[in-house]
Design a protein around this ligand. Structure first.
Ligand code: ACO
Length: 328
């Protein structure tokens, strides 16, 4: 990366209290704990309380990230919220969060790149800081997927959960921080994973509701194949750009969609499981929140030491993918 060295100064995460277990899902759709665990690795996921929206989850995670960074909200120059479940169409969830935090001087916008959104957000914020335009940025990945999940569709409802993760970015000493970003998209795969209704193409109507077009549609098998391919490719490309090899990775922080996708990435990168943060069993897929929640847990649990080389990698609807190499 050119410009001033930029890194993560503090992380934070928040997951709602309510747990939705596989056993409970067995009472809702034709499925079994055995099927879900063997095909996905998921045992439970968190569900936001009725009065909680995405900005509320984002707010809790942001407070922790700001405290960890030792930065107050009014020092922030920029807030980016990566989400596919904004509180509402507009104003952006980032603007709602800006007001909640009292981050008066921060510019604020949302970013839509589904599960890759947090890495897209990091790349954006790092660019602003590397050029000297901004000093501190808050990047949040937050999603309430339970609000767009069809709990009569066993193909999808077992996968998703709610949560938020946040990171404060700023300048770091030379040799530390982000070394590379690899972002990509393939719009031709947009039909594999989407919400068809409620936008300008198919505005919300009684018909769209009756046809359940306001819920996530997913072709799981095709998304799985795509994920296995791009996770390895993106991580390897980010390493190449950083001038590092697979053997240099101290910790992999992957998107948490399915344990089998994570395992295939580990195989491709020749990494043992203990060099990877895995929490998909406890949270399921939280879309943009998965990577920052995993990162915040890795930091909290002491899995990240100064000088460690981390690879963050994810994929999602769009289709999109993203990876980053950073030195902690
Ligand atoms: N319980 C029991 N059986 C089920 C369930 C369930 N919950 N869901 C599907 N099945 C059945 C299917 O109907 C199918 O039956 P059939 O063969 O009679 O048609 C059978 O199980 C096998 O289905 P597959 O789709 O082949 O199962 P697979 O092993 O591929 O696992 C899964 C499905 C878990 C969805 C997997 O494909 C996957 O993880 N895909 C990737 C999903 C993903 O990562 N999405 C991320 C993006 S999310 C975002 O961006 C917001």
């Amino acid at each position: 990366m050119n410009g001033f060295p930029v890194g993560i100064l503090g992380t934070g995460m928040y997951a709602p209290e309510r747990r939705l277990t596989n056993q409970e899902l067995e009472t809702m759709v034709e499925t079994s704990d055995e099927w879900i665990v063997s095909r996905t690795g998921i045992r439970e996921r968190r569900i936001a309380a009725p009065e909680q929206a995405t900005s509320d989850l984002a707010y809790e995670a942001s407070l922790k990230a700001l405290a960890a960074a030792g930065i107050s909200a009014d020092q922030l120059d920029l807030i980016i919220v990566a989400t596919i479940t904004p509180d509402m169409f507009f104003p952006s969830t980032a603007c709602i969060l800006q007001e909640k935090l009292g981050a008066k001087k921060a510019a604020a916008f949302d970013l839509s790149a589904a599960c890759s959104g947090f890495i897209y957000g990091l790349a954006n914020a790092a660019g602003f800081i590397a050029t000297g335009a901004y000093q501190y940025a808050l990047v949040v990945g937050a999603d309430c997927l339970s609000r767009i999940t069809d709990y009569t569709d066993r193909n999808t409802c077992i996968l998703f959960g709610d949560g938020a993760g946040a990171a404060v970015l700023g300048r770091v000493p030379e040799g530390r921080g982000f070394r590379s970003f690899e972002l990509g998209a393939d719009g031709s795969g947009g039909e594999l994973l989407n919400i068809r209704g409620g936008g300008s193409r198919l505005p919300a109507s009684e018909k769209t509701i009756a046809e359940r077009n306001h819920y996530i549609y997913m072709n799981g098998r095709e998304v799985f194949k795509f994920a296995v391919r791009v996770m390895g490719n993106a991580a390897e490309e980010a390493l190449r750009k950083a001038g590092l090899g697979k053997e240099d990775i101290d910790l992999l922080v992957p998107h948490q969609a399915n344990i089998r996708i994570i395992q295939s990435a580990l195989e491709r990168l020749n990494l043992p499981e203990d060099k990877c943060l895995i929490n998909v069993d406890r949270y399921g897929n939280m879309s943009a929140a998965s990577i920052p929640v995993a990162l915040a847990e890795a930091v909290e649990e002491g899995h990240v030491r100064e000088g460690d080389r981390l690879v963050l990698v994810g994929f999602g609807g769009g289709l999109t993918w993203g990876a980053s190499v950073l030195v902690w």
